[in-house]
Structure formats: C-alpha cells, structure tokens
Design a protein around this ligand. Structure first.
Ligand SMILES: Cc1cc2nc3c(=O)[nH]c(=O)nc-3n(C[C@H](O)[C@H](O)[C@H](O)COP(=O)(O)OP(=O)(O)OC[C@H]3O[C@@H](n4cnc5c(N)ncnc54)[C@H](O)[C@@H]3O)c2cc1C
Length: 489
C-alpha cells in the first residue's frame, strides 16, 4: 500500500477505535503534509497558461537558442531536442576542441553521460579511466591512498579529456536533433518583448531567433555580462598541464594535495586511460577580497611550477623524468559568484556562466550537466504551457537549488574553515588512515557530490570528526607531531 494511503487507513482505524484525539492529530498532520506537497508541486511547476503556445513560434525561430556547447549547453540541448523542442546550439569553437580542466568527472555527471549514451562511447573508445586508487595528502603531510570503488560499489569519478568529452556530448545533442552551429561566436542578443523572441547575433553578422535564451558560455560569460546579469569577473583560477604517460611515478588514479601555503586551494593529479596524467593547481577564493587564502591569481604560475620539483609529494609522484606540457590556466566562477539571479523573462543562465562550481572542490562538470538538464526540463514545461515569463523560469532556479545549490553555502564555509584551521584536514587524513577505505569512501562521496555537505553534520560523522580533531590537536600541540609537508630547498 502507498505510504499516504497507509496513513489514511491507520487514521480511519484509530477513529473506529474511538481514539478521536490521536485521529484528529493524524488528520491534521496529513493536511499539513498535503499542503506542503501541493506548495512544493506548485513551486516546481510553471504556471498553466501563457502567451506563446508552440503554434505561435515563427518557422525560422527556435524554442531555445543555447549559447555555448560545453557540458551545460550540450546537455541542455540534448534533453530538450530529444523531447521534441527545436533548439539551436551555438559555439564559437569547432569541435573537437580543448578546454582547460582537471578532467575529473564526478558520479552525478557519469550517470547523465550513461543516460545519454555518451558513457558507452567513451568506454568503447578507451577515453574514460575510472578512478579506484585515490586519496589525499593533508597540510601536515598525512597521506592516504586507498581503493574506494569496492566500498562505494562504483567509482566516485572518472577521468575524461575534455577534448573527447565535450566533442561527444555536443555531437550527441546534434544526433538528438539540436541544430549545432560551430564557429558561431555570439557577440550580442536583444529581446523583442512584444514578439517574445530573442535575436542572437554572431561576429560574422549571422543571426538566430529563439523564444528562450540559454547562456551557457562558460566562466567569463560575455553574454551574461553584456546583458547585465553577471557583474564581476571570476575570482578563482586553476592551472593545467598534461604529463606524458610512462614518464612519471604515479601509481594511483587520483590524489589531491593540500599544501598549507595555498589553502583552501589544492593541487591534483588524475590519471587518464593511456597513463597520461592531468596536473592541476586550484586557487579558491577565500579571505580578503582578491585573495585565495594567502595567495592571489598572480601566484599561480609560481605555485604550479615550484610544486613540480619542490613539493615533497607532488615531485615524488611525478619523478625526475616527468615530461610536462607548459602550464595553461583558466578562470573558476564558484558558488554563483557575481550573479544575483540565474533566470528572467525568456532567459536562463546555466553552468559556469551561472557560477555553478562547488566552492570547496572547484569541480563543475557535474553541476553544469545537472543544471543543463534542469533547464531542459523547465524549457519543456514552458513549451507545454506557453508561458516563458520570469515566474516560469524561476522553476529552473528552484530545481538547481534543490539539486546542488544549497551545498554552495556550506562548501564556502568549509573552504574558509580549512583555510583558517588546516588541522581539520589533518584530522580527517589521520582518521582515514585509522579507518581505511570505509571512511575514505565517505570522504569521496561528499567531495564528488554523491552526498550533500550536510552529511558532515550527521551525528555519527560529526562525532567521529569531532573526536578526530581533538586527538589531532593533542598530537600536534602536545606531542609535537612532525610536519612532513615542507617545500624542498
Ligand atoms: C583548470 C580547470 C580545472 C578544472 N577541473 C575540473 C575537474 O577536474 N572536474 C570538474 O568537475 N570541473 C573542473 N573544472 C570546472 C569545469 O571545467 C567547468 O565547471 C565546466 O567546464 C563547465 O561547463 P560549461 O558548459 O558551463 O562551460 P564551458 O565548459 O566553459 O563551455 C562553454 C562553451 O561556451 C563557448 N563560448 C564561450 N563564449 C562564446 C561565445 N561568445 N559564443 C559562442 N560560444 C561561446 C565555449 O567555446 C565553450 O565551448 C575545472 C576548471 C578549470 C578552469
């Protein structure tokens, strides 16, 4: 029996038994639950009637014009087109194209890729490496590398080069029916309120019209900036360099390194299928304006290059013969930074353009895809109702908030905590050393968004961590535990 019907049955039975007070309380509870369900449904459902039913769309126009064919834009285009919407997917690049990234694709993204049929293509072409042996090194040099896949029942993430990932998602969107226009550099967009239509213009002078505009043009989003929705430059930054396979010493799939001098930022090494490594150094905004902890964007090249030879853990993993390509870098817009909203009349902003990167980890591929899917579902709802107003696009904002947006605030707080009290990371590493893969897999789940950050507050987890912190304080401050994380001369 369904839980609600079961409850009703129980309440009726209790009435029969003359337990009137209990029954009244039960009925009252059901009424409140029903009202809450009704409000929730209303919040996640666009208004029922609108000015622009499908038949009003001019023949040359699209239901949506999506600017940017990265993970957010292409996923949005795929799900919209698959369900019958007419979408244009515009990108200034021609695929396959590179994108500076750590290439760590977390579980929520893996699930979407599987659903799209992209995961199979990646695996069939040996383009994805599922991480098993993984771990981290704490600010005091307490390290753990374990095997979390068995405990989790699946890999927490896999490594896929963006040149392959983005090409396959964009092409999948095209196969689903999206009109992929490559080499289409968008320079502006104007909205005709009367017609309820956007006109999107390219550098070449070409134009595309659509009922809905979806900004998916990445962290520096020129479009969202031009339209006035994004008011700041991104504050985070990250480097990337590939390391040639067979030239390094890394015998793991993925490790994050947390040297204390760049907290809450960190460096990461991730392995690709051909033994190639991806080396990244993330600087995460924290503390004073313009700072990422005690460092700024200007320190990135020094930190990245010094670590290769002087960081005791990174240099050991790379070894003396590692062949690295030159460092490249790109911006990180974390936790919705610089945007007051991600929606308006006939407009949604998704992925990095909306700042949908976790402010603790710097990871945004999975949130880009989840947001892209949420935007597609909202577009499809609006196509049904004909209402593309702010009230309808608000549903997209509620959807991404419910899926991962609430985590952003906690992630920001955790990043600040780690910066101010690195001992928390040491305690975590010590605890993982004691408890092994069972605890490591919990950490992996939280860091890859398989679990929300509120997981830290579960009484059993919080108590375990609290105890670990007390023990670490004692070991460091009273017993004088050695600091093993010092730069080599
Ligand atoms: C160095 C680095 C390392 C990272 N590591 C990881 C990681 O390991 N794991 C993870 O999950 N996340 C990581 N991220 C974040 C991740 O790269 C992004 O969150 C993700 O790419 C967001 O996808 P998106 O589709 O929103 O934007 P993008 O991937 O940036 O795609 C935007 C697209 O818009 C196009 N575009 C831009 N301007 C225009 C225009 N004017 N006209 C037409 N098209 C345009 C671009 O060509 C591009 O194809 C990293 C980021 C950086 C910088």
């Amino acid at each position: 029996m369904a839980p609600v019907a079961e409850n009703v049955q129980k309440v009726l039975e209790s009435v029969k038994e003359n337990k009137t007070t209990v029954a009244a309380v039960g009925l009252g509870g059901l009424a409140v639950a029903g009202a809450a369900l009704y409000i929730r449904r209303r919040q996640l459902t666009p208004p029922a009637v609108g000015k622009y039913p499908v038949g009003t769309l001019p023949a040359d126009a699209y239901d949506a014009v999506i600017v940017g064919a990265g993970p957010s834009g292409s996923v949005c285009a795929f799900y919209s087109a698959k369900a019958g919407a007419k979408v244009a997917l515009l990108d200034k690049a021609t695929f396959p194209r590179d994108k500076y990234c750590g290439d760590a694709v977390c579980t929520p993204a893996i699930r979407i890729l599987e659903d799209m049929g992209v995961l199979k293509e990646l695996m069939d072409n040996n383009e994805a490496h599922f991480a098993d042996a993984g771990g981290f090194v704490s600010p005091m040099g307490i390290s753990y590398v374990g095997a979390s896949k068995e405990k989790l029942g699946e890999a927490a993430c896999c490594a896929v080069k963006r040149i392959n990932l983005d090409n396959r998602i964009a092409k999948k969107a095209k196969q689903a029916g999206a009109d992929l226009k490559e080499g289409f550099e968008v320079t502006g967009a104007t909205f005709d309120k009367e017609a309820g239509l956007w006109t999107v213009t390219a550098a070449s002078g070409a134009t595309v019209r659509g009922r809905m505009l979806v900004c998916a043009d990445g962290a520096t989003s020129q479009l969202a900036t031009k339209l006035g929705y994004c008011t700041e430059a991104p504050r985070g930054v990250c480097s990337r360099a590939f390391v040639e396979g067979g030239t390094h010493n890394a015998n793991f799939d993925g490790v994050c390194f947390y040297p204390k001098w760049s907290l809450p930022g960190y460096a990461a090494l991730f392995k690709h299928p051909n033994d190639e490594l991806n080396y990244c150094y993330y600087l995460i905004p924290c503390g004073k304006a313009g700072y990422c902890g005690d460092v700024t964007e200007a320190d990135l090249a020094r930190l990245h290059n010094d670590a290769i030879t002087k960081d005791p853990f990174i240099s050991a993993a790379l070894g003396p013969n590692a062949k690295l390509e030159r460092m490249r870098a790109a911006s990180l817009r974390l936790g919705g930074q610089g945007l007051a909203t991600t929606h308006d009349d006939h407009l949604m902003i998704i992925g990095d353009a909306a700042g949908h990167i976790d402010p603790l980890t710097g990871e945004g591929i999975h949130t880009a895809m989840m947001g892209g899917q949420a935007a597609a579902n909202t577009l499809l709802d609006m196509r049904t109702t004909g209402d593309f107003s702010k009230a309808s696009t608000a549903v997209y904002q509620r959807r991404w908030m419910a899926q991962y947006g609430h985590d952003f605030g906690l992630s920001t707080k955790f990043a600040e905590l780690i910066y101010r009290y690195p001992i928390i990371m040491d305690a975590m590493a010590s605890e993982v050393q004691r408890k092994g893969d069972a605890f490591m897999s919990k950490w992996a789940e939280i860091m890859t968004n398989m679990q929300p950050k509120t997981y830290f507050f579960r009484p059993d987890v919080a108590a375990q961590l609290g105890f670990a912190i007390v023990r670490e304080v004692f070991e460091q401050k009273v017993l004088g535990k050695a600091d093993k994380y010092q730069l080599k001369a």
